[in-house]
Design a binder for this molecule. Structure first.
Ligand SMILES: N[C@@H](CCC(=O)N[C@@H](CS)C(=O)NCC(=O)O)C(=O)O
Length: 206
């Protein structure tokens, strides 16, 4: 049984969705971010960056327990271990890695900052809101161009890249992104919601 340390946030849904899609049993351990549980020493031993999500696989390589932090690394580890969510086709495999990295370096931090400066900053900083909103929309346009040609981000096959990008694009208003402007992304989001594994993964945290 994999232990999943997580919370009900755009990054937090990724691991339950991946495990549901892979059909792997898991246990959710909720981390109270408001109470700063993610900064406690016991949690930092599992997730040195002090953020969710993280996992502990009691049956890691060589049968030794293994902790993994960073959602991209977690999903890659699970996909390799349990044999799914990474396309077999070598080109689609590279595309899955590309759009996974694109989320880690772009969609996640930029939409996160856009939302923070809009809703949580102690004082309004207009140029920061404008910069991060513009960048969030520019990045969403990159996904729009990709999804105009293929059903899933890797290509024909659903993959970890879709799970990685879904969390933030499922709550785009937080970052000032309106999916009415990105119809292919909106249709992809609808396809995601139709998947039973995605539905179960979301329900696991609600
Ligand atoms: N790059 C990280 C981002 C993780 C992240 O930002 N998690 C947020 C929740 S969505 C968090 O733990 N925030 C609490 C904090 O920063 O103290 C990943 O993909 O795992």
């Amino acid at each position: 049984m994999i232990d999943v340390y997580t919370a009900s946030t755009p990054n937090g849904f990724k691991v339950p969705i991946a495990l549901e899609e892979l059909g792997v049993p898991y246990r959710v351990i909720r981390v109270n971010l408001g109470a700063q549980e993610q900064k406690r020493p016991a949690f930092l031993r599992i997730s040195p960056n002090g953020r969710i999500p993280a996992i502990v696989d009691p049956d890691g390589p060589g049968g030794v327990p293994l902790s993994v932090f960073e959602s991209g690394a977690i999903l890659w580890y699970l996909a390799e271990k349990f044999g799914g969510l990474i396309p077999a086709d070598p080109v689609e495999r590279v595309r899955a890695l590309e759009y996974t990295c694109f989320q880690i370096g772009g969609i996640g931090p930029m939409l996160g900052q856009a939302g923070w400066f809009t809703r949580s900053a102690p004082a309004p900083v207009d140029f920061a809101i404008e910069r991060y909103r513009n960048e969030s929309n520019r990045l969403t346009a990159v996904l729009e161009a990709r999804l105009q040609g293929v059903p899933w981000l890797a290509g024909a096959v659903f993959s970890i890249a879709d799970i990685m990008n879904f969390g933030w694009l499922d709550a785009p208003g937080y970052a000032g992104v309106d999916l009415a402007d990105y119809p292919a992304v909106g249709a992809w989001r609808d396809r995601m919601h139709q998947r039973p594994g995605v539905q179960r993964g979301l329900a696991a945290l609600r």
